[in-house]
Design a protein around this ligand. Sequence first.
Ligand SMILES: Cc1cc2nc3c(=O)[nH]c(=O)nc-3n(C[C@H](O)[C@H](O)[C@H](O)COP(=O)(O)O)c2cc1C
Length: 79
Amino acid sequence: MLGVSVIAVNQLDRVDRALEVLNEERASLVAVGRGLIADPDWANKVREGRQEEIVVCAYCNQCFDDLNRDVPVGCSEWE
Ligand SMILES: Cc1cc2nc3c(=O)[nH]c(=O)nc-3n(C[C@H](O)[C@H](O)[C@H](O)COP(=O)(O)O)c2cc1C
C-alpha cells in the first residue's frame, strides 16, 4: 500500500479488470468514465450481479467528440 488513496481509471468498466486491480490492491477505487455514459446503471448492475445486462462501451469516443463539438454528450451504444 502507498499510504494514500489511489483511484485507477481507464477502461475499468470491464468488471473483471476492475476486480483484478482492486483484489491485487493496486488501487483503492476504480473510476468509470465512458462506461457510465454508455450505461448509467453500470454500478447497480455490477452490485446486483447483472453484469450481462450492461450496455458495454465500445471506446469509440463519440462522447469525447461530442464534448469537443460542444453538443450534448451522446453514445453510439444508445442507438
Ligand atoms: C465526456 C468525457 C468528459 C471528460 N472530462 C474530463 C475532465 O473534465 N477532466 C478529466 O480529468 N478527465 C475527463 N475525462 C476523462 C475520464 O475521466 C477518464 O480518465 C477517461 O474517460 C478514461 O476512463 P474510461 O476508460 O473509464 O472512460 C472525460 C471523459 C469523458 C468521456
